[in-house]
Design a binder for this molecule. Structure first.
Ligand code: SF4
Length: 330
């Protein structure tokens, strides 16, 4: 089997507070193969963005990676120094965030920012870097790149800025791109263009992608596999087609039921009752049990782990024998 580009094992992210330690990511494991697009989906507060932030080493102290490993092509990166990690970000891992202005400095022309990234990470002269920057701008669909290269970020629309961020993310030919809600801040009409562009460019550049979103529609359009997160854990992971057409976990089924059908066969959208638990009050056992229509004897007490089921993995007692002692529970 080919070595994964990214391998995350038992990742745990904690935030110490005056009221105790809050666990935002609790034992998350997954791989992303070369060239693969893994969608990570869940409601707000599921831990998906914190997982991405932990991978790129940008958890704000006192938050910390409390356990687990993050490997980039076999190199352990969760324990690197800040300086070593800075070199990896931008060079080996490209990043696209929800707000393009997080990645772009408003005080510098976009050409200067692209050229700086290119010369920092690739062995190119200033003139070569400018040529490369122009190529990248053309590649991401910026019209008249020779003129636009000297514009400031505020001179671009939101969609065009996100295209520039894509150029910046890909400038150093990274092996992995982490895109966190890359289209959420954009007009609906622009969202599909940016998603199509992200997919096409990453395929062309051979980059693997971790695509974090709350939008199952974006996942369906883009991803090869999808990991569904709930309360800091992965509850289901599998090929996108299988997860969408035949979801296993009751939470995934609820997410699917809330997506409008293009064929119009469903006249009512279903809603998952309740909301994602706060970090201060994650339910015992299966954290989804207070909202789960299928909850039964073991669910409030015992936490299910991911197990193979068909081509996917699912963490739910409906698919595995529950602990014998649970039979004695009321
Ligand atoms: Fe529902 Fe129980 Fe499965 Fe959790 S383990 S999703 S509560 S059936």
């Amino acid at each position: 089997m080919t070595e994964p580009v990214l391998s995350v094992r038992d990742l745990k992210v904690e935030f110490p507070t005056r009221r105790g330690i809050l666990t935002a990511v609790d034992g998350v494991s997954f791989d992303i193969a070369p060239g693969e697009i893994l969608g990570v989906v869940g409601e707000s507060g599921a831990g998906k963005s914190i997982t991405g932030t932990a991978i790129i080493g940008l958890i704000e102290p006192p938050g910390r990676i409390a356990a687990g490993e993050v490997m980039l092509r076999g190199l352990r990166i969760d324990a690197l120094s800040g300086e070593a990690m800075r070199k990896i970000r931008g060079k080996r891992i490209g990043m696209v965030f929800q707000d393009p202005l997080t990645s772009l400095n408003p005080l510098y022309r976009i050409g200067e920012q692209l050229i700086e990234t290119i010369t920092t990470h690739l062995n190119l002269s200033g003139a070569q870097a400018r040529t490369r920057a122009l190529e990248l701008l053309a590649e991401v669909g910026i019209p008249a790149p020779e003129t636009r290269i000297d514009n400031y970020p505020h001179q671009f629309s939101g969609g065009m800025r996100q295209r520039v961020v894509l150029a910046l993310a890909l400038a150093a030919e990274p092996e992995l791109v982490i895109a966190d809600e890359p289209t959420t801040a954009l007009d609906v009409s622009v969202q599909a263009q940016i998603i199509a562009l992200l997919k096409r460019l990453c395929r062309q550049h051979g980059a693997a992608v971790m695509l974090i979103t709350h939008d199952m529609g974006v996942i369906a359009e883009t991803a090869d596999r999808v990991a569904v997160m709930y309360a800091g854990r992965i509850v289901e992971v599998g090929p996108v087609r299988d997860v969408i057409t035949a979801p296993l976990h009751p939470y995934t089924k609820g997410l699917m039921g809330s997506i409008p059908s293009l064929t119009g066969e469903t006249d009512r959208l279903t809603q998952i009752p309740g909301s994602m638990p706060r970090l201060t009050a994650i339910p015992s056992g299966c954290a989804f049990h207070p909202r789960c229509p299928r909850a039964f004897v073991p669910c409030p007490t015992f936490r299910p782990e991911l197990q193979n089921e068909a081509k996917s993995q699912v963490a739910c007692w409906l698919y595995q024998p529950f602990p014998v002692t649970a039979g004695a529970l009321p």
